[in-house]
Design a binder for this molecule. Structure first.
Ligand code: UDX
Ligand code: ADP
Length: 464
């Protein structure tokens, strides 16, 4: 079976870049990305490719090349489903904020809506691909809805988890360590469907890097990979606190540990805490699934990764308060960086949100600068926590368009995202503009201590 027409439901951080790369690499396949969010689709279709809604290095060039040729963005979901032989579901699956599993389980309502829409519209056989991160056994639920509400068409469900990391999404899609495809490999039709997707990826990815498994292994592998990665960050962050009290340096420890080829050097960068749309959500998912099977020890084991991460964010904010003579009330604190990591405009679960919220509890005046995040997003992130009213947030939080503006007249500057421009900042000028003593807190360990102390800063880096 050769795929000629792909539809992707969800034009977000996963669907957008993934489909852009598939379209670029497979010019014979028509790829249509649909979304119910009209503004988002309009931005994807903006004449100036620099205005696409997602910032990812290299992405606008690829969209520029494929858009209008075989890559289309549309709000006409029904039409795209009808025409497609393969449908990717890339809608968001946030953690539930209500009811059973609140704060833990993934909210599958968007997925279910998609399934019902596919069932309603489809007139011929479809391969449906789960691209969003989903709890194990979601494919089964999907199949149930499709088989019981559909028009008698045959559906094959595949799990094809996304391993791209934001900020490096394009590179990760072009040269992935592996592509994972789960399907009903016990049946002929299932095998055919898996092969059809393998053939799409094999256009540019070596066969040896394309793994096929049963659906449940594929779904669980995604959660496991993210849990292992997040665990490394929490492990090194736990050590950062121990380093601070013992006089060890967390970078030196990470270097020494990472040289062991069994451990490896990646994901040992101590920080103010991991963020992003996946790590916390996937681990909470794992915890919830484990508990629902009565595996309490397994659940507790993984939950500790989250507990450590929350501790790290609180600890960093607490350090600021403590250092500023136990009060930040009415003091101006500059937050440099709002995105959950550099090279993305995504802010989901960013440590900056929680650190700022904590400082707002202490009645600090906050000034934020991030090179890629929009002002409305910052306000929305803080409001979403529900601890402060939008009115109060707007009164206490100012958003400015440069790091120098943010630090002017500040009591303290805190670096919360590792944007390259913060390394190259004119720190002498920052220092001159600040109140004295001028406190500088590095939550990402991107600044060199010696030169900052040389300038006159009272300098603190997490893990030293
Ligand atoms: C992650 C996975 O890496 C990716 O495979 C999956 O598909 C989605 O989730 P992402 O969330 O985009 O990707 O970013 P990632 O690079 O994994 O970083 C997550 C968080 O951990 C960021 O806040 C980052 O700053 C932090 N981190 C990462 C550290 O604090 N230290 C590290 O050493 C690595
Ligand atoms: P991710 O990081 O998983 O890509 P995003 O939130 O960036 O998550 O993107 C998910 C997109 O899916 C959003 O743009 C949202 O509007 C879209 N979406 C959610 N439900 C539906 C639906 N039923 N039909 C079409 N698009 C949907």
């Amino acid at each position: 079976m050769k795929i000629k027409n792909i539809c992707c439901i969800g034009a977000g951080y996963v669907g957008g870049p993934t489909m852009a790369v598939i379209a670029q690499k497979c010019p014979e396949i028509k790829v249509t990305v649909v979304d119910i969010n009209e503004k988002r689709i309009a931005a994807w279709n903006d004449d100036d490719v620099n205005n696409i809604p997602i910032y990812e290095p290299g992405l606008s060039e690829i969209v520029g090349e494929a858009r209008g040729r075989n890559l289309f963005f549309s709000t006409n979901v029904d039409e795209a489903i009808d025409q497609a032989d393969m449908i990717f579901i890339s809608v968001n699956t946030p953690t539930k904020t209500y009811g059973i599993g609140k704060g833990m389980a993934a909210d599958l309502k968007f997925i279910e809506l998609c399934a019902r829409q596919i069932a309603r519209v489809s007139k011929n056989d479809k391969i449906v691909v789960e691209k969003s991160t989903l709890p194990v056994r979601t494919a089964e639920a999907l199949k149930n809805i499709l088989d019981n509400t559909g028009n008698g068409v045959n559906y094959q469900i595949l799990s094809n988890p996304e391993f791209l990391a934001e900020g490096t999404a394009v590179q990760d899609l072009l040269n992935p360590d592996r592509v994972l495809i789960g399907g009903d490999i016990a049946s002929e039709k299932g095998k055919e469907a898996v092969q059809a997707l393998v053939d799409v990826y094999a256009t540019w990815i070596p066969q040896k890097n394309i793994l096929t498994t049963n659906v449940w292994s594929s779904e669980l592998s995604k959660l496991t990979a993210n849990a292992f990665l997040a665990q490394r960050v929490s492990s090194i962050n736990a050590m950062s606190q121990l380093c601070e009290v013992t006089g060890a340096d967390v970078d030196e420890v990470a270097r020494a540990v990472g040289k062991d080829s069994r451990i490896g050097p990646k994901f040992l960068q101590s920080s103010v805490g991991f963020g992003g749309s996946c790590f916390q959500k996937d681990i909470l998912n794992l915890v919830y699934i484990s508990k629902s099977f009565g595996l309490n020890e397994v659940a507790d084991y993984w939950e500790q990764v989250i507990i450590m991460n929350n501790h790290q964010k609180r600890r960093f904010a607490g350090k600021i308060v403590k250092t500023l003579y136990n009060t930040v009330a009415g003091k101006r604190i500059a937050i440099l960086g709002w995105a959950f990591k550099k090279d993305t405009n995504d802010t989901r679960e960013s440590a900056a949100i929680y650190v700022t919220d904590y400082l707002l509890n202490e009645q600090a005046d906050i000034v934020v600068y991030d090179p890629k995040v929009r002002k409305e997003q910052i306000y929305a992130d803080l409001e979403y926590l529900g601890t402060h009213s939008l009115e109060e947030i707007k009164e206490r939080v100012t958003i400015v368009s440069s790091a120098l503006d943010a630090s002017k007249d500040a009591h303290a500057v805190a670096v919360l995202t590792e944007w390259d421009e913060f390394k190259k900042l004119d720190w002498e000028t920052v220092y001159k503009g600040m109140l004295k003593p001028a406190f500088l807190f590095d939550g990402r360990r991107i600044l060199e201590s010696k030169t900052k102390v040389g300038i006159g800063f009272e300098f603190y880096a997490i893990g030293s």
